[in-house]
Design a binder for this molecule. Structure first.
Ligand SMILES: NC(=O)c1ccc[n+]([C@@H]2O[C@H](COP(=O)([O-])OP(=O)(O)OC[C@H]3O[C@@H](n4cnc5c(N)ncnc54)[C@H](OP(=O)(O)O)[C@@H]3O)[C@@H](O)[C@H]2O)c1
Length: 341
């Protein structure tokens, strides 16, 4: 059995990792840690939903404990923490899957611009592989450090990649309108996320300024061979989980809907978690909740010069913990769907 550590086990993504990894046939959770504790506390006392299932203590995080107890370490921590820990894990020969933004961008200057701080491990950026499994499977197989993508990025890149790869998207022809459930913002207290502020509310935030934009640009540039200037407006909606991304792609030539549909089906053939829906079906967040699935539907508009691609995922599933487990499966040579069915 491969020994697993989850640092940030008390957070939303950490909890979701516990849920997936408990039913995984080839791993055993051997270390759970967070920041708030002064001494080890029974995990199932902190979270009664795990009583009878998790018999571990949650510990105050210590790097030496993580190295001692784990083969694979999931870092479900706020931005800027993983980059100070990962070099020690790499030196100790551990596998690391970081759910934060610390290793997603290839350039330290790009990171500094997006996150308003210097990168603490700029050399480590070259070794980390961007963990959008369907696009980078072969590289993930060979790495020990995976930068798990952001939730908006996962839905948006999966929606855009098949057309971007064909190089028929106009250079400034990519517009993303995406909505997220409130768990996407993490568990820490923020006034604007109180029930009374969120309930019956739909709001945009960080228009064209969200930290996921550079990683979307980076992945689509690698995939399409050239830069695409993207516009992106994220929104928060009063639901717990789910991302609904609608991606508009202005095309350099007319493409009919049947052709688009075939391209998407071909692109995701063999990818068990991505469902390209047959018309007239449309994606729903409820159908992908608590799963690692992504649903996609494609429509042609404006005489075939505009593609409208809709994608849904669970932000904590394919958008975080589910994809992290999928990446671990690829890194460790397990069945890609192990623990995720
Ligand atoms: N939520 C999502 O949908 C989502 C999707 C994709 C990616 N992500 C990324 O995944 C990461 C975790 O997100 P989240 O939403 O799960 O966050 P969260 O609910 O706020 O949980 C953060 C966790 O990190 C722990 N922590 C914070 N600072 C720490 C430190 N210095 N040392 C050890 N533990 C520390 C916290 O422990 P305490 O509780 O003890 O403070 C908590 O367990 C973030 O980088 C986020 O951007 C999140």
């Amino acid at each position: 059995m491969v020994r697993i550590g989850i640092v940030g086990a008390t957070g939303y993504s950490g909890q979701e990792l516990v849920r997936y990894l408990l039913r995984h046939p080839h791993v055993q959770i051997s270390y759970l840690a967070s920041r708030r504790l002064e001494k080890p506390v029974s995990f199932s006392k902190m979270f009664p939903e795990w009583s009878g299932k998790v018999h571990l203590q949650c510990r105050p995080f210590k790097i030496q404990d993580a190295i001692r107890y784990c083969d694979v370490i999931f870092l479900a921590l706020p931005h800027a923490v993983a980059m100070s820990l990962t070099p020690a894990f790499v030196k100790a020969g551990k596998y690391v899957i970081d759910l934060s933004g610390d290793y997603r961008l290839k350039s330290a200057s790009g990171f500094a611009k997006a996150y308003q701080m210097r990168h603490a491990d700029p050399k480590g950026l070259a070794n980390a592989v961007y963990g959008l499994t369907e696009l980078y499977r072969e590289q993930i197989r060979k790495t020990k450090v995976v930068a798990n993508p952001g939730c908006y990025s996962t839905a948006s890149i999966l929606a855009a990649a098949p057309l971007v790869k064909r190089r028929i998207v106009e250079p400034a022809g990519l517009i993303i309108d995406a909505k997220s459930g409130v768990t996407g913002a993490g568990k820490s207290l923020k006034e604007e996320l109180l029930f009374t502020e969120m309930n019956e509310e739909l709001r945009a935030y960080k228009p064209n300024d969200h930290q996921h934009m550079p990683e979307i640009d980076q992945a689509l540039r690698q995939w399409g061979g050239r830069s695409l200037r993207c516009a992106f407006v994220p929104h928060l909606v009063p639901m717990n989980r789910g991302i609904f991304a609608t991606v508009y792609l202005r095309l350099t030539r007319r493409v009919n809907e049947k052709q688009m549909q075939r391209w998407y089906e071909e692109f995701y053939k063999g990818s068990g978690f991505v469902r390209v829906l047959p018309a007239p079906s449309l994606p729903k967040t409820g159908r992908v909740a608590y799963t690692n699935d992504c649903e996609i539907a494609v429509r042609a508009a404006q005489g075939g010069r505009l593609a409208i691609v809709m994608a849904t995922i669970d932000n904590l599933g394919k958008g975080a913990a589910g994809q992290a487990v999928q990446n671990m499966n690829v890194m460790m040579g397990f069945d890609e769907e192990a623990g995720l069915q």
